[in-house]
Design a protein around this ligand. Sequence first.
Ligand code: GLA
Length: 383
Amino acid sequence: MTSADRARGAFVDRYGHEPSLVWSAPGRVNLIGEHTDYNEGFVLPFALPQRTAVAASPHAGPEWTVWSESAERSVTFSLSDLVPGALRGWGAYVAGVVWALRGVGIDVPGARLAVVSDVPLGAGLSSSAALECAVLAAMLDLGGATDALPRAQWPLLAQQAENAYVGVPCGIMDQYASTLCREGHALFLDCRTYAVEQVAFDLAVAGLSILVVDTHAPHRHADGEYADRRATCEAAAAALGVPALRDITELSAALAKLSDDVSRRRVRHVVTENERVHAVVELLRADRLDAIGPLLHASHESLRDNYEVTVPELDTAVDAALTAGALGARMTGGGFGGCVIALIDAAQAQEVAGAVAKAFAEHGFAAPSAIVATPGPGVSRVA
Ligand code: GLA
């Protein structure tokens, strides 16, 4: 059963009638372009087949009740809770979206919702963005405003909910991916201008697969470290007199102007990562998907050595996948735990997943899990 079918069923069980509508939005992996979005650079994510579905109906009065299958409970909030900080936990992501929509003058009616998700939680696959984007689409639709707000603005409001209401300083990549990705494509996004290009990413034609390995490593201090990386990048941009690190054109000249080694390494990562995104896009446009492997690995090495956001589980998974024959592998998402992607021959999935599991056992790490990911569509109404 799809998450949408389960959300509909959960809604009926919970509220005793059919929902008016069901929307669903996907999780994502990022092919390349890590920690570049908040530096106004470039990213290249694609949507996972795993989705979060929201079944909803309007309900009398400005009050919202949300049942979550994974939390096994519901949260109710009303107008007085639409103040940043009023709610904590998963309910804040839903309330934050209502708050952000009302902030741009969209009158979201009171509603009952049921949320069901296939996106693994806390694995760095953007379960939060999938929830925000599915709720946002459902709420817009309930308010009859689906066409009132251009779809390119949906991710910005979802991000605003997360930044300003929930209090997580994420960039724009995840919400854009969850909203605008297309089946069979990766989304090339300029995080300054929000220009998008759908880049064909046909793994089957190339005889290749992307294996997503969830390390199950606990996210260690991820929020504080993420905020710290952002602050270092912003300070470096200010010291270099550019609006954002995206604007650096001469890397060696920029590095020569910075006095501390940490800033230099962070800048080196962001500038070279943006170059790698462009190089991967060029190869995909030229139908050379099989040639992107070394760029994926170079990205991982830079995230490990320059940006310092990997953990031993991520490095071990990448090394084991490459030793087992992967064309390229890298951590994906914010780091400090989460997932690795490996570009592999389509026939090699079991072998590579087995090699990673063996390496984890040898290191005494918890067993990883692996799925083969095909690029799916962004947010859509399913019923
Ligand atoms: C997290 C954030 C994104 C992005 C990545 C790193 O997933 O939510 O905005 O910054 O980390 O690329």
